[in-house]
Design a binder for this molecule. Structure first.
Ligand SMILES: Nc1nc2c(ncn2[C@@H]2O[C@H](COP(=O)(O)OP(=O)(O)OP(=O)(O)O)[C@@H](O)[C@H]2O)c(=O)[nH]1
Ligand SMILES: [Mg+2]
Length: 488
């Protein structure tokens, strides 16, 4: 289409748009005039109706467009594949004791056919006090100081309808430095059929995250506002409304109770002196008993599937973490082995020049070993390409690597005493260590041999070696050189 024709069309479109705008404005003015001519009472009624419609339209729009948290169901592995993974880890020398014990506990609880309910929440929200209210004969410590409960404890409780259940008291979350206790609590929460989540006021961000975490594992859950005695009834209702909003789609019920706990007060004695007295507050937990009845109505058998899925999903994550750690340790061993061979190779070279050339056979071996460890299939061509790219990286970086090696010689006096060739030996240790670490990190993250990513990491590792890494490499170089001279 010619430029002129396009201009003509644009001008016509603009004119049509303007005409439409004028027509709409004219119509709006006419409507406004007719509106003003109406009797006042009709103006108010009509205005009111219009306003209601506008508000309803806007809220509908907001409801449709509001940002929503997408929740994906957590992956639940089948028992067989999980056991196989754990078995492989054991063969590779990893400590799988806690994972196997978790599977044993899963079976033990299924066979016991008892309902397990865990009391979960931040420190000092009154979990142990609530255990005491639900199981009056239980010996449980509660204290105003946060972090009173350090371990998982189980107590026999009784529901309002006479059924028995096992109550689990766990350490509170969000204690400074209490990560290990928090892990204990979380693992116990996954093992339970249902969760009573205790709070003592508005939920903060980490409590919200904790609730979502439990919901992701599909836990049947009651959100319970404890210490209700501390609020007026109006405040309590406001709090409950906010808690209901925050836990929509997560909690089966939201309710307020007073677990009781104890309080201290000063008593005036006849002789004028005072003494400090501790008194138990009277618990008020009726709404919780009813909600707990409803939540656990399906019984141990009815709730068992959900419980097993949660435990298996948790085990899937824990096994994954252990797999990653075991692989990383194995990768480190491989890298050290090849760095050591590179040192020996450098010493065997007749006359090392000032150029550092990557020893091809070793680099190929290192790449293949790491790819196999991470279960990544690589062809010979891919390996050759990668080694070639590493050579290019090194060509521009030779002076930097030699400078780092030179500084290491000064920093670790032991190295200097080892005589000639040590500069190159250390440089090769640094090269192979960097190459191995770059590859391992890239393979772990990308699950494929990504040349660009691995090369970028290699460049960074060659120039920024870090103190501890240099020290390790210095020791490796010294050991390899000493061993070589003793066998000479
Ligand atoms: N006012 C009031 N205080 C309560 C209530 N329930 C518990 N408390 C007090 O809250 C404090 C903490 O109670 P605990 O039962 O030890 O709390 P916890 O959640 O087990 O704490 P950790 O084990 O440290 O995580 C104690 O001083 C209790 O007396 C209640 O219903 N009302
Ligand atoms: Mg406690």
């Amino acid at each position: 289409m010619s430029r002129r024709l396009r201009l003509l069309f644009s001008a016509l479109a603009m004119a049509a748009l303007l005409w439409l705008l004028f027509a709409a404005a004219e119509r709006a003015l006419a409507l406004a005039q007719r509106f003003l001519a109406l009797p006042t009472w009709l103006q108010w009624t009509l205005g009111g109706i219009l306003l209601i419609f506008a508000a309803a339209g806007l809220s509908l729009l907001w409801w449709l467009l509001r940002p929503r948290r997408k929740r994906r169901p957590l992956p639940v592995p089948d028992r067989g594949s999980l056991e196989q993974r754990i078995g492989q880890l054991r063969e590779r020398g990893a400590d799988t004791g806690t994972l196997t014990a978790e599977l044993g506990e899963l079976d033990r609880r299924r066979a016991s056919a008892r309902v397990y309910v865990v009391l979960f929440g931040e420190i000092s929200t009154g979990k142990s006090s609530l255990i005491r209210a639900l199981a009056p004969h239980a010996q449980v410590a509660s204290d105003a100081r946060g972090g009173t409960t350090r371990d998982v404890g189980h107590y026999d409780g009784r529901l309002a309808d006479g059924r028995t259940l096992v109550l689990a008291d766990v350490p509170g979350s969000r204690e400074a430095g209490g990560e290990a206790h928090e892990t204990l609590a979380r693992e116990e929460a996954l093992r339970a059929h249902a969760v009573i989540y205790l709070c003592a006021g508005d939920l903060n961000r980490s409590q919200g995250d904790e609730l979502h975490w439990l919901a992701d594992f599909g836990k049947p859950l009651l959100l319970v506002l404890n210490k209700a005695d501390q609020w007026t009834s109006v405040e309590r209702e406001q709090l409950l409304t906010r808690l209901r909003q925050q836990s929509r789609g997560i909690a089966s019920a939201v309710l307020a109770i007073s677990a009781g706990g104890s309080e201290r007060y000063q008593r005036q004695l006849a002789d004028g002196s005072t003494e400090s007295v501790e008194r138990q507050r009277k618990p008020a937990i009726e709404p919780l008993l009813q909600a707990l009845d409803r939540l656990t109505a399906p019984g141990a058998e009815g709730l068992e599937n959900l419980r097993e899925n949660a435990v298996l999903a948790g085990l899937h994550q824990r096994t994954g973490t252990l797999e990653a750690r075991t692989r990383a340790e194995e990768a480190e061993r491989i890298v050290r082995k090849y760095a050591r061979r590179a040192i020996v190779g450098a010493l065997a070279a007749v006359a090392p020049g000032s150029d550092l050339v990557i020893q091809g056979v070793l680099a190929t071996g290192l790449t293949r070993a790491l790819a196999e460890l991470y279960g990544v299939k690589v062809s010979d061509v891919q390996i050759e390409d990668f080694v070639q790219q590493a050579r290019l990286t090194l060509r521009t970086g030779t002076s930097i690597v030699l400078a780092v090696a030179g500084n290491a010689l000064k920093a670790f006096p032991g190295l200097g005493t080892l005589g000639g060739g040590v500069l190159h030996a250390f440089a090769y240790a640094l090269i192979f260590d960097s190459m191995g670490r770059a590859l391992a990190a890239s393979l772990a993250e990308r699950h494929t041999l990504d040349q660009d990513d691995a090369s970028a990491r290699l460049k960074e590792l060659l120039t920024d070696a870090g103190g501890t890494r240099l020290r390790q490499l210095a020791t490796l170089t010294m050991d390899a050189m000493r061993e070589r001279s003793s066998t000479d």
